[in-house]
Design a protein around this ligand. Structure first.
Ligand code: ZN
Length: 326
């Protein structure tokens, strides 16, 4: 007899804010809570703030809560509940699951996972990949984040570092990346990557443009200019799109996904422009039999905390088949 899943709480722990949400098994956002992360105040203060958000939702919930799912940046060991090297939070090693459980004061399962993996999970349960268990989520914003599902399971890797697609090296002689390597995908496929590229095109006078190379140059300006026909802005976007296509081609060779889900601020704002160029590139870089049924679609799940809540059901889905909760 199938178990009826209860409500789940999802927490998206970001560098600037902590977003928490109470989600029903059919994906309804029932309640939400938000606080600034203020990581500079130290890990203890951040852990207290996460607990406060969860406690507030627990107090107001109208039904039984199955558990809490937390998405975190860094290297996230789901099995041991440990977050390591979360650079944006200044965390070297935090036993996140245990710390939150202890603060809540009573037994409630707390599961953790890398934030972009949970974006993928949210799309699988309630978003753009409900009918496709083999897909890659690509979040294009301040960086390039990835989440991979293969056969309906998250691909996490031997050291919890799978799907680090932003650091896929596309060019050994390319730009320096914050990770210490060169030519990583996110040096171009990201908001800062687009701005940097446009600036270089402007400095080289490579294309006609109404844009000005200064500190105020932004992704929004570049997008607006491209839509008004600005040649340089269009070329910069196309180049970012072609590099996105290279990332996709690598994913196709390794995973043969049925779908790419594009999320993130820039990914959604420039979806059409980026995807058109990505298609042109990936068709030249992959076996035609690998992309005949491929789809590239925008993400549908708006709240990052929804994917985090799905982690609760995901960890219990040997007891609760996915069909029951979708
Ligand atoms: Zn890198």
């Amino acid at each position: 007899m199938p178990v009826t899943p209860g409500l789940a709480i999802g927490v998206d722990l970001g560098a600037t804010k902590i977003a928490a949400a109470l989600i029903s098994p059919d994906g309804q956002l029932l309640d939400s809570s938000q606080a600034l992360t203020e990581a500079s105040q130290g890990a203890e203060a951040v852990l207290d703030r996460i607990t406060d958000q969860v406690s507030a939702l627990l107090r107001r919930a109208a039904g039984p809560i199955t558990g809490v799912g937390i998405g975190s940046p860094g290297q996230v060991n789901s099995q041991l509940g440990i977050v390591r090297k979360a650079v944006n939070l200044g965390w070297e090693e935090i036993y996140l699951s245990t710390e939150i459980q202890a603060r809540l004061g009573y037994h409630l399962p707390v599961y953790i996972q890398k934030d972009t993996n949970l974006s993928a999970l949210g799309e699988y349960y309630f978003g753009a990949s409900r009918d496709c268990p083999d897909f890659v989520y690509l979040g294009i914003g301040s960086g390039l984040g990835g989440g991979i599902m293969s056969g309906g399971r998250l691909v996490t890797g031997a050291d919890w570092n799978a799907a680090e697609l932003g650091h896929l090296s596309l060019d050994p002689e390319g730009l320096s990346c914050a990770c210490g390597s060169r030519g990583c995908a996110e040096t171009i496929v990201s908001g800062p990557g687009l701005v940097n590229l446009a600036r270089r095109f402007l400095d080289d006078h490579r294309f006609a443009s109404s844009l000005i190379s200064n500190q105020y140059l932004s992704t929004t300006q570049i997008l607006d200019a491209a839509r008004l026909g600005d040649e340089l802005a269009r070329q910069a976007l196309a180049q970012v799109g072609r590099h996105l296509g290279l990332v996709m081609a690598s994913c196709i060779a390794v995973l043969n996904p049925g779908r790419f889900i594009i999320g993130g601020g820039l990914g959604l704002a420039a979806f059409d422009e980026l995807v058109q160029a990505a298609w042109d590139e990936l068709r030249q870089r992959t076996l035609s039999t690998s992309y005949q049924n491929l789809e590239i679609v925008p993400s549908q799940v708006e709240s990052s905390a929804i994917g985090a809540a799905c982690l609760v059901w995901y960890f219990q889905d040997e007891f609760i088949p996915k069909e029951v909760i979708t």
